[in-house]
Write a protein that binds this ligand. Structure first.
Ligand code: HGY
Ligand code: MN
Ligand code: MN
Length: 416
C-alpha cells in the first residue's frame, strides 16, 4: 500500500518538547541526566512515559524484567506487531538523548498516526527496555538479553549494584515487576532509533545513519589482590602493589587495542580500590576492561591476549589476578531487508545518509536474535555521549524520526 503524502513527517516541536520534559526527571549536575535504572527517578520517568501513552490510548504490558510494552492496536490484532524501542534509563552522568530519543520517537510516531487518522494492519508496540545501560547493574542490555534468552531471569534478579542491592529487590521496590513471561511476545520486526554516540555522521555531514552492523563487546572484570600496607613506611621492595598492577594492565589494554587498529577499541571506565584510603596501598583492586570490535577475530584475539598477559603483569608484582566476563555479545548483522527499507525511507524523504556500524551496544543487538531488526542513527555534536554535554539538534532528531515513521509504516502496512 503506497504511503499517502510523500512528505509524511512527525511533529518536530512536539518530539523536542517531550524529550525535554522527560529530561527534567533525574537531572544530572551539568545539564544532562542521572536517571539510573530502578531508582526513584527511573520510576518517575516510567510514570510520565505511561501517562503520555495512556493519553494516546496505548495499552501497556509489563514483563518480569519491568520492560514496558505500549501497544497501538492494528486492523488485524492477530498479526505479530512491529516493535519500536529503546531505553529510558541513563548513565550516572548521561545525556538527555541516549535511549530517550528512540523511545519518545516511538511515541511521536504513534501521535503522528493518530493526528493523521492512519491505521496499520499490524499492531505497533513502543518499548522501554529495563537497564540498557548496565551502569548500575552489569551487564548492559540486561532485560533485552533475558528476552532473547541470553540470560536467565534468576541471573538478572541476582545482579548487584555497587551498594550490594540486587536487581530483583530494586525492581520490586519501585513496583515495576510485571506479569508477563520475559520473551513470550512474538515480534514481526524491531526498530531502534538512537543517537550515534560517535563522530562519524557529523564529520561526514550526513543526517541519517543506516546501521548495517553492531560491533561486538567483552566486559572483563578483573580482581587484583595485593597487600594493604602503609604508603609511607613500607619500603618499595616490600610492596605488593595491586594499584600498580592495574595501571600496567591498563597500559597493556591500550597497546592491544592500538595493535588492532582500525576497528578496535579498549579501555576502562570503572575502578574500585579497597580500602580506597589515601595512605593505604590497596589490598583489592576491581576494574572492568571494555573491549570492542566489529570483527569477530579481532574481538576474540584481544580478549585472549589480555587474559594471557594480565596475570603475568600481576605475578611480576606478586599480585594475584582473576578475571570474570561480566558482559558479552558478538558482532551483529542487522536484517538486510530492513536495512534497505531504512535506506529507501531516507532517500524518499530526501535526507542525506550513509551506512554505519554501531560503536555502542543497544537492545537491538539482542533483538536481532529473535526477530528481523534494524537501527537508525542521527548525528550528535562532536560525537560526544555518556557525558552530560551530549547534544543533538531538533532537525537531526526529527529527520531520524521521520525515517523511523516511514520505515515502520512500510513494515506495519497502512490500511486506510
Ligand atoms: O555500553 C554500551 O555500549 C551501551 O551504551 N550500553
Ligand atoms: Mn543507549
Ligand atoms: Mn548509553
Amino acid at each position: 500500500v503506497p504511503i499517502p503524502g510523500d512528505n509524511l513527517r512527525i511533529n518536530p516541536d512536539r518530539l523536542w518538547d517531550t524529550i525535554h520534559e522527560l529530561a527534567e526527571i533525574g537531572p544530572g549536575v551539568a545539564g544532562g541526566n542521572n536517571r539510573q535504572t530502578l531508582t526513584d527517578d527511573d520510576k518517575k520517568g516510567r510514570e510520565l512515559f505511561k501517562k503520555w501513552c495512556d493519553a494516546s490510548n496505548l495499552t501497556m504490558g509489563v514483563d518480569k524484567m519491568g520492560t514496558m510494552f505500549m501497544r497501538r492496536e492494528g486492523a488485524d490484532p492477530a498479526l505479530d506487531p512491529v516493535y519500536v524501542g529503546s531505553h529510558l534509563d541513563t548513565q550516572p552522568t548521561g545525556g538527555r538523548y541516549d535511549g530517550v530519543l528512540g523511545v519518545l520517537s516511538g511515541l511521536e510516531l504513534v501521535r503522528t498516526l493518530d493526528d493523521l487518522g492512519i491505521r496499520t494492519r499490524r499492531p505497533i508496540v513502543v518499548v522501554n527496555w529495563t537497564n540498557e545501560e548496565g551502569a548500575r547493574f552489569a551487564p548492559a542490555m540486561l532485560a533485552s538479553g533475558v528476552f532473547a534468552g541470553i540470560h536467565t531471569l534468576e541471573y538478572a534478579y541476582g545482579r548487584k549494584d555497587p551498594e550490594g542491592k540486587t536487581f530483583g529487590d530494586e525492581l520490586r521496590r519501585i513496583g515495576w515487576v510485571g506479569e508477563e513471561e520475559v520473551g513470550a511476545r512474538r515480534m514481526h520486526a524491531y526498530f531502534e532509533y538512537h543517537i550515534e554516540q560517535g563522530p562519524i555522521l557529523e564529520a561526514e555531514n550526513k543526517e541519517i545513519g543506516v546501521v548495517t552492523h553492531g560491533q561486538g563487546l567483552w566486559w572483563l572484570e578483573f580482581t587484583l589482590i595485593g597487600k594493604e600496607a602503609h604508603t609511607g613506611s613500607t619500603p618499595m621492595a616490600m610492596r605488593v602493589n595491586a594499584g600498580l598492577a592495574m595501571a600496567r594492565i591498563l597500559e597493556m589494554v591500550q597497546e592491544v587495542a592500538m595493535d588492532n587498529q582500525p576497528g578496535a577499541v579498549g579501555g576502562v571506565g570503572q575502578v574500585f580500590f579497597r580500602p580506597n584510603s589515601r595512605n593505604v596501598l590497596p589490598g583489592t583492586v576491581v576494574f572492568t576492561v571494555d573491549i570492542r570490535s566489529p570483527e569477530q577475530p579481532k574481538l576474540d584475539g584481544m580478549r585472549a591476549r589480555i587474559e594471557t598477559e594480565a596475570p603475568k603483569i600481576a605475578e611480576a608484582l606478586g599480585v594475584r589476578c582473576s578475571v570474570e566476563p561480566v558482559g558479552h555479545f558478538d558482532p551483529v548483522t542487522f536484517d538486510p531487508a530492513l536495512v534497505a527499507r531504512v535506506r529507501k525511507a531516507a532517500e524518499d524523504l530526501g535526507y542525506t545518509h550513509m551506512n554505519i556500524i554501531s560503536g555502542a551496544g543497544h537492545d537491538a543487538c539482542w533483538m536481532q536474535r529473535v526477530t528481523p531488526s534494524v537501527m537508525i542513527m542521527c548525528p550528535c555534536v562532536d560525537g560526544l555521549s555518556h557525558n552530560e554535554a551530549e547534544s543533538i539538534s531538533k532537525e537531526w532528531a526529527a529527520a531520524g524520526a521521520d525515517v523511523l515513521l516511514r520505515a515502520v509504516l512500510e513494515t506495519a502496512e497502512i490500511v486506510e
